[in-house]
Design a binder for this molecule. Structure first.
Ligand SMILES: O=C(O)CCC(=O)C(=O)O
Length: 285
């Protein structure tokens, strides 16, 4: 059943391209799941002993571990949380949603701002029905490095900003236009794949811990723009529906059971190997 404020949340999301849903997860339920995410990040990053200053500009904005649900089953109740996935489906008007991928984004003490960007240009998905659930595992505010969104920017064209390259030229301009959204554990912030967003630097003394999951409407098809493990792993051709074990149905869960992940291809691709060695994707932890 939809929440009492469901219609207002959908209207806000459609008009602004983002919405904060307060208290979507019971904090008592979230706490042990946050501990699972912490443990999974520690496992994945055990071999990466670099200090913050030894990392690239991009890596200084957060520690990133993706596809966490696959090698850490204890996280699945969060990835496939009914309240979160149902809300994602309602906001994008989908009868069912699939997971694109999940990730932990931990902004270290002294971590830099997350450069302003839209997400969708990174994903080879043709249709617009994509949404990110950003789930704080700790209280976040302007000091810790909360998220900021430019209202209405989801109506703009898709524009690729290469945040890996570390050119922050659009940062100050976006910061002026953004609405910054402090949040607490239990709140979930949703944004559209085309919404321009960023996050402030972490000027606090604690790690800003966040977990995110990206969902898309079941039936979306592969676009041709980019390579991406979520479709390349299972060899989804351009124009075909994106389905299979890398991008399982997240809501409604078939049979009420969490999905099982598929294998990662044995690849000699240098980018894959480096990502696995750094704990960004499963494989070498
Ligand atoms: O957590 C952050 O610093 C950035 C998150 C982000 O860019 C996203 O979830 O799309």
């Amino acid at each position: 059943m939809m929440r009492d404020d469901g219609a207002a949340l959908i209207e806000a999301y459609r008009s602004d391209g983002f919405v904060a849903v307060r208290g979507l997860i019971d904090p008592a339920e979230l706490a042990p799941l946050a501990t699972e995410v912490d443990a999974a990040v520690a496992r994945r990053k055990a071999r990466d002993t670099r200090s913050l200053t030894e990392k690239s500009r991009y890596e200084q904005s957060f520690v990133q571990c993706q596809y966490m649900w696959e090698d850490s089953p204890g996280i699945r109740p969060l990835t496939f949380h009914e309240n979160v996935c149902r809300m994602a489906a309602e906001l994008i008007g989908a009868g069912a949603v699939r997971l694109w991928h999940d990730q932990a984004l931990y902004k270290e003490v002294g971590g830099k701002s997350t450069q302003a960007h839209q997400d969708h240009p990174y994903w080879p998905i043709t249709e617009d029905a994509t949404i990110t659930a950003w789930i704080p595992l700790v209280e976040v505010d302007r000091v810790t490095g909360c998220m900021g969104y430019v209202p209405g920017s989801h109506h703009d064209a898709r524009q690729f900003v290469d945040i890996f390259a570390g050119d922050d030229s659009n940062g100050p301009q976006v910061e002026d236009q953004a609405v910054f959204v402090p949040a607490r554990p239990g709140d979930v912030l949703f944004h559209h794949g085309r919404t321009m967003h960023m996050a402030l630097p972490n000027q606090s003394g604690i790690t800003r811990r966040a977990y995110t999951a990206i969902y898309f409407a079941d039936g979306c098809t592969r676009g041709g723009e980019r390579a991406h493990p979520s479709v390349d792993r299972t060899g989804i051709p351009i124009g075909a529906a994106i389905d299979g074990p890398a991008t399982p149905i997240a809501w409604p869960l078939p049979g009420g059971a969490f999905p099982e992940p598929g294998p990662w291809p044995d690849t000699s691709d240098e980018r894959f190997q480096r990502s696995a060695a750094l704990g960004i994707i499963p494989g070498m932890a």
